[in-house]
Design a protein around this ligand. Structure first.
Ligand SMILES: Nc1ncnc2c1ncn2[C@@H]1O[C@H](COP(=O)(O)OP(=O)(O)OP(=O)(O)O)[C@@H](O)[C@H]1O
Ligand SMILES: [Mg+2]
Length: 319
């Protein structure tokens, strides 16, 4: 009997564009759902293709798409709007009426800034993570191509430090003010219940929660999908060292679209080149579990086709 190790309950599939992240995330989720795990599959790629891969409709709200299987595609634009509205409401509570219009204008500009979408996706991502156990046993993330995902996953550390710095500075200023309003009881009370510190501390807690999960090898695992080609190999190597720097555990590698031996003469030369890359992959990534999936004759689309490759994905969890 195969001894199954305990599967971490947050699994991310990432890698270079077009390598097969969505296919692997989808088939792995199906495999786990088939084994009885209540599985939620989440797309954080603004260019979603989860619905196409499964051949069902998937929207921005979690919906059941099969036995033990739920799915959601995070809508970046919708979340960014919600996120900005929430920040605006919090800010408008804190500032004087005189600068309300100015704050609104600033927030509209911020909404268009490059980081806003990631911040918003991240907030949604944390909200979803809180649903673990309610009722989900496992969350499988189909992520955007490498760069976007790395920024997303390293956000809690980077923003966490930044927010802590803001809190420290604000605390310092507050202490100075406290000393100067020693005899003014009303002002003193207002300073003690400082809404800015409250908002910043809430955000900081969210980031700590995400970071706690993302850096716990028992809870989280990142799986890279690559093809036996030069650029995906180099990109994967760089991404792994970045994730390691941020202590995000890397669990396995899927080599997808491996040209099978029986592919015929036409592919002979291509297969020779592939052999070299396969050797390279097994050497470079020898400390990780490696699974390989053959290049099939057709695209892998729809539940039944995903189901066909689902068994091959099992090797990712069996030792
Ligand atoms: N092993 C395979 N054999 C044949 N076709 C495959 C295989 N794996 C994936 N495909 C097909 O290749 C295409 C790209 O796969 P997929 O969408 O999973 O990649 P991706 O990494 O998620 O892409 P993106 O970066 O655009 O999100 C899809 O049409 C899919 O059906
Ligand atoms: Mg995809």
């Amino acid at each position: 009997m195969i001894d199954k190790r305990a599967v971490p309950n947050f699994i991310f599939f990432g890698g270079k564009g077009g390598t097969g992240k969505t296919t692997c995330a989808g088939s792995f989720a199906l495999k786990m759902a088939r084994e009885g795990k209540k599985t939620l599959v989440i797309s954080t790629d603004p260019a979603h293709s989860l619905a196409d891969a499964f051949g069902v409709t998937i929207g921005p709200e979690i919906a059941k798409i099969g036995e033990n299987l739920w799915a959601v595609e995070v809508d970046a634009e919708r979340e960014a709007k919600k996120y900005m509205k929430q920040i605006q409401d919090q800010m408008l509570d804190l500032v004087s009426a005189a600068i309300v219009e100015e704050i609104k204008k600033q927030l509209e500009i911020a909404y268009l800034s490059p980081g806003a979408e990631e911040g918003a996706i991240f907030d949604k991502f944390i909200e979803i993570m809180h649903l673990m156990g309610k009722p989900y046993d496992l969350m499988v993330f189909d992520t955007a191509p490498t760069g976007h995902t790395l920024r997303l996953l390293t956000l809690p550390e980077v923003l966490g430090i930044w927010i802590q710095h803001l809190i420290d500075r604000h605390e310092k200023a507050r202490n100075l003010m406290k000393a100067s309003v020693k005899y003014d009881e009303i002002l003193k009370k207002r300073l003690e219940d400082d809404p800015i510190i409250r908002v910043l501390t809430e955000r900081s807690k969210k980031f700590e929660f995400a970071r706690g999960i993302l850096t716990d090898p028992e809870a989280c695992e990142f799986i890279f999908v690559l093809n036996a080609e030069k650029l995906p190999i180099l990109e994967t190597e760089r991404a792994i060292s970045l994730l390691e720097k941020f202590s995000i555990p890397v669990g396995g590698i899927v080599i997808n679209k491996v040209i099978p031996q029986e592919a015929g003469e036409y592919f002979e030369r291509r297969r020779e080149v592939q052999e070299g890359y396969l050797k390279d992959i097994y050497q470079r990534f020898s400390s990780y579990r490696i699974v390989s999936l053959p290049l099939l004759e057709m695209d892998i689309q729809g539940m039944s086709q995903l189901n066909m490759v689902a068994d091959l994905m099992g090797e990712l969890i069996e030792e």
